[in-house]
Design a binder for this molecule. Structure first.
Ligand code: ASP
Length: 350
């Protein structure tokens, strides 16, 4: 549905972390490198036509998002917390490569969010004629400023806006390295779609429990997570190194279909050894859409019986952010396993 929104006096903070949207070609190396943030705003004079106050903040250094570390998420959470009362919404310009990881992590780190935090970027640098960056940025700004007639934000969530679609951040994956449709949210319809007008899917948007309770942030993250992608021909040594690694507290196991993995003896022995030692094994599907259901096939049931936890229809990116966040809250792995079954920020369908 299209909602009316007040434009007057909306104030936004545009945060620039890096990414293609703000890169240009280095003549010496012929590779794309980040450039000065002020030039981005010059490239998008349309932003001045909005009656918004738009302030900007650029990270130093600005980075290709393949260099993103959880430290950036902590800085973003702190920045939003510090500036929260001064702005109606936040737009984060970010490289596409790890945008889904960053948006997922931020969705868990920001609690009782009552204002939009919209990630966007582009496939082509903003200075080139056919760039997708201009439309992505302009619409992200409009969405971040959008309010209902009562003055509440229309989308008080961490989202990714890309190629006419507003998607819940923790439902989104990068699906193309060269199409303008770089992101998809396969298990959750878009929260809004931009055509001639921006149509919001209000029934899907999650509002805070208490609009006035104030933002809370959690910046304590435990990153001792590995990812194991199951494939035909995987060897015992590889499985053992990942599942039983000393530094590993949790493993995201990317399984086939609705959560199936080999049930051969050597494989299940290693899985049982890992869970018996207290490690968390979270089962997510390799499929682009659909959910894990370990009760459907006997191979899945064997995993369930061995103590593997269901990731439901979570993306891997979201599962990683959720584990970092939950493990940062407690050292008790049994408690983390229980909390993995809860839907915190619309990241799983339960
Ligand atoms: N390598 C770039 C980045 O993620 C790609 C992009 O922004 O599209 O920073």
């Amino acid at each position: 549905m299209t909602r009316t929104h007040t434009r007057e006096k909306a104030s936004l903070l545009l945060i620039y972390t890096g990414g293609t949207i703000g890169m240009k070609q280095d003549p010496a190396t012929q590779t794309l490198r980040p450039f000065d943030f002020s030039q981005i705003l010059e490239e998008v004079p349309e932003l001045r036509k909005f009656a918004y106050r738009i302030d900007s903040y650029a990270f130093d250094p600005i980075i290709d998002s393949s260099d993103v570390e959880p430290g950036l998420w902590q800085c973003l959470a702190e920045l939003i917390y510090e500036r929260y009362s001064s702005y109606d919404g936040f737009v984060i310009l970010h490289g596409t490569d790890t945008m889904a990881y960053s948006a997922s992590a931020l969705s868990f780190m920001l609690d009782n969010l009552a204002k939009p935090v919209i990630f966007t970027g582009s496939q082509l640098p903003i200075g080139v004629p056919r760039t997708d960056g201009r439309e992505n940025l302009i619409s992200a700004v409009e969405i971040a400023a959008a309010k209902d007639t009562g003055g509440h934000a229309l989308v008080p969530e961490v989202c990714i806006y890309f190629d006419n679609m507003l998607m819940r951040g923790n439902r989104t994956s990068k699906v193309s390295s060269d199409n303008f449709t770089a992101f998809r949210s396969m298990n959750m319809p878009p929260l809004a779609e931009a055509g001639i007008s921006i149509k919001y899917n209000a029934s899907l948007i999650i509002n805070p429990q208490d609009w006035d309770a104030g933002l809370r942030i959690s910046t304590s993250l435990d990153t001792r997570v590995s990812i194991l992608k199951i494939h035909p021909g995987i060897t015992p040594q590889v499985v053992k190194n990942i599942l039983c690694g000393e530094e590993t507290r949790a493993v995201i196991m990317e399984t086939y279909g609705c959560g199936n993995a080999p049930c051969k003896e050597w494989f299940m022995d290693i899985v049982r050894q890992a869970t018996a030692s207290g490690k968390i094994i979270l089962n997510v599907t390799q499929c682009l859409s659909g959910t894990v259901d370990m009760t459907l096939y006997s191979n899945g049931k064997t995993l369930l019986d061995a103590g593997v936890v269901s990731g439901y229809d979570s993306t891997t990116e979201s599962a990683l952010g959720k584990l970092f966040y939950l493990m940062g809250q407690t050292q008790d792995n049994t408690a983390v396993k229980e909390m993995l079954n809860q839907n915190f920020k619309g990241e799983i369908s339960k």
